[in-house]
Design a protein around this ligand. Structure first.
Ligand SMILES: Cc1ncc(COP(=O)(O)O)c(C=O)c1O
Length: 401
């Protein structure tokens, strides 16, 4: 017997009863703006990352801006970051008036410490005030090597941990190596719809972010700094608090799904599976393979095939972040070419790994990829000529040739 198969999406927001209960509690409290629920979220975040302080803000982008501002990074300063990231990372650096320089990525798609050393080891025209690695797809950058390089250069470490809540490096959580910046956007491993958190052990940095967050006031109308409204609402925090409490389970599911995919996809020609290195815990915000030039199939062909089989995939990110006219022409962007990031951006392809995927879903993903490489081993037959929905006859990937 066959069953109609639904489309397997890359991300899906999962909220439970506890989120509903807490949101209702906030609604009934009449205290909708920043209040005690934000305090609860902050305490849970500090506990998770093992940092002394966590400050909730309105988005991950704002977390980056506030972190840089609180560290005093501004015009005349340079920030070295990764070229393989979301525009928010670069936007934040430019927003505070600093100049961005890039240290190319390694094969693991995160900042290569050797490239960072190269970027730091040059005649100083502008001081490098911060090093801003990105924990891409949930895989933490090599902080064991990056942290001492930044320290030796006298630069602060700001981690873009937007995609890496719960990830760790040698037992230390992402976000605890300097100033950690998290996103709680709808697709992230923990979400509040929109939201962000900054984590730090530095009481001064935390106090400064709190000040900036509330229009520069500690006491009402007693302005101490030129601030902003960076606040998160209690309604948002009410969505995040239960998810943080469930984070271990969320991460376990993502990692188990990733293991399934890795076992199923191993050995396909020209396909490179997500990186793993001792001590670096991947939390699989995304499961991203690389379709290299050794693959008999183009990435676009694989994507089209997956689409026909009802499996969503996405290229995250299609180009090095500086490789757009608005950044190339920007005086705040220092254009040292990053050939690895540019090449890898042409190879990456993210597959669904989110919690809630069943073994049937995961089997369909594996089989759809495998089938693209060996068309005679089709296992999922289209119901209609248009190929909209499909039937499944076998779900095991064991019969893949
Ligand atoms: C790597 C990275 N940095 C920063 C951000 C910005 O976070 P937000 O969308 O919450 O502003 C994101 C979010 O997508 C991200 O993926």
């Amino acid at each position: 017997m066959s069953a109609a198969l639904s489309r397997i999406s890359l991300s899906r927001v999962v909220v439970g009863r506890e989120e509903e209960r807490l949101v209702l509690e906030v609604l009934r409290s009449g205290m909708l703006a920043q209040g005690p629920m934000v305090g609860r979220l902050e305490a849970a975040f500090a506990q998770l990352t093992g940092t002394a302080h966590a400050v909730a803000v309105s988005s991950g982008t704002v977390a980056l801006v506030a972190a840089l501002q609180a560290l005093g990074v501004g015009p005349g300063d340079e920030v070295v970051t990764s070229p393989l990231t979301f525009g928010a990372t670069l936007n934040a650096i430019l927003q505070v008036g600093a100049t961005a320089r890039f240290a190319d990525v390694g094969d693991d798609l995160t900042m290569d410490p050797a490239e960072l050393a190269r970027a730091l080891d040059r005649p100083v025209d502008r001081p490098v005030r911060a090093v801003l690695p990105v924990h891409l797809y949930g895989y933490p950058a090599d902080m064991g090597a990056i942290e001492p390089l930044a320290a030796a250069a006298g630069a602060a470490v700001v981690e873009d941990a937007a995609q890496a809540v719960g990830a760790s490096i040698d037992g230390r959580r992402a976000g605890s190596f300097g100033t950690g910046c998290f996103s709680l956007y709808a697709t992230k491993n923990v979400t509040t719809g929109e939201g962000g958190v900054v984590t730090t052990d530095d009481a001064g940095v935390a106090a400064r972010i709190r000040l900036l967050r509330g229009q520069g006031m500690r006491d009402r109308y007693a302005y101490e700094a030129v601030g902003h409204n960076y606040r998160m609402t209690d309604l948002q925090a009410a969505v995040g608090v239960p998810q943080l409490a469930r984070l271990d389970r969320i991460t376990d599911q993502r990692q188990a799904n990733a293991r399934f995919l890795t076992e199923g996809l191993a050995g396909l020609p020209g396909i490179v599976l997500p990186p793993s290195a001792p001590g670096r815990e991947h939390v699989f915000h995304l499961y991203t393979i690389r379709v290299t030039s050794a693959s008999p199939l183009e990435r676009a062909e694989l994507m089209a095939h997956l689409d026909r089989r009802g499996v969503e995939s996405a290229v995250i990110y299609p180009r090095a972040v500086y490789d757009y006219p608005c950044y190339r022409d920007h005086p705040g962007v220092s254009l040292d070419p990053c050939p690895r990031a540019e090449a890898l951006a042409g190879e990456v392809l993210s597959l669904p790994v989110r919690p809630g995927l069943t073994h049937l879903d995961l089997g369909r993903i594996v089989d759809a990829v495998a089938e693209a490489f060996s068309p005679r081993s089709f296992r999922f037959q289209p119901l209609d000529a248009a190929g909209g929905s499909s039937t499944v006859s076998r779900v095991s990937s064991a019969s893949r040739s």
